[in-house]
Design a protein around this ligand. Structure first.
Ligand code: GRF
Length: 203
């Protein structure tokens, strides 16, 4: 089983969903540890209850050292509010150069990158919002997309409504996407773009 280190900063609902998915075999991988950028992060209690190793406010060097020592294969960001350096991202690539860091972003990228993406979509008055799972590259919210899922928001009246519709979509799509990606069930396609951009398609 592949070993995953999750990094989180906030409420921790995605972390808890990943733990559950791993317990139930929906996510065929081991959640091996949690790192948090803030000690009062909502994910900490769940990690303690599961007896998982915890990295409190780790530096990038701490994370890389831990990943090496503990044979971590993938790093999964679940609401991690820190920008990762190129050095860190480059240290976690496979032999084909593919990033081994996965992120979830609450919009249909490339629309609404950055903070408060549900709020951005709501205020823009778009018909659909959505969720994107992608690999992490130094360009923020810019790495290869693994999957996306959309949902209607045009009848919603508050950002809270958008978020409460979006979170269960996040939890479901994140677990399922990490499952096929970490188990190598994909093909790489290079559509011959000048930058040599890589596309990841589910096998
Ligand atoms: C989620 O909306 C996620 O997409 C975004 O930050 C939020 C984290 O929520 N990146 P939680 O901490 O997992 O509950």
């Amino acid at each position: 089983m592949k070993r995953i280190l999750v990094l989180a900063s906030g409420r921790g609902s995605n972390f808890r969903a990943l733990l559950e998915a791993s317990r139930h075999g929906v996510l065929r991988a081991e959640i091996a540890a949690l790192g948090v950028s803030k000690r009062d992060c909502g994910a900490v209690g769940a990690a303690e209850a599961a007896n998982l190793p915890l990295l409190l406010e780790p530096s990038e060097a701490d994370i890389l050292a831990f990943a090496k020592a503990q044979k971590i294969h993938f790093v999964v960001l679940a609401g991690y509010m820190k920008i990762l350096s190129k050095h860190f991202i480059d240290a976690l690539r496979d032999d084909k150069g593919l990033s081994q860091i996965i992120n979830i972003h609450p919009s249909l990228l490339p629309a609404f990158p950055g903070l408060d993406a549900y709020g951005q979509a709501f205020r823009a008055g778009v018909r659909e919002a959505g969720v994107t799972i992608h690999l992490v590259e130094p360009e923020v919210d810019g790495g290869p997309i693994l999957d996306q899922k959309s949902f209607r928001i045009d009848r919603m009246r508050t950002v809270e409504e958008v978020e409460s519709r979006g979170l269960p979509v996040e939890h479901d799509l994140y677990s399922k996407t990490i499952d096929w990606f970490v188990n190598g069930e994909y093909q790489l396609q290079n559509r011959g773009s000048p930058e040599g951009k890589v596309y990841v398609a589910r096998a």
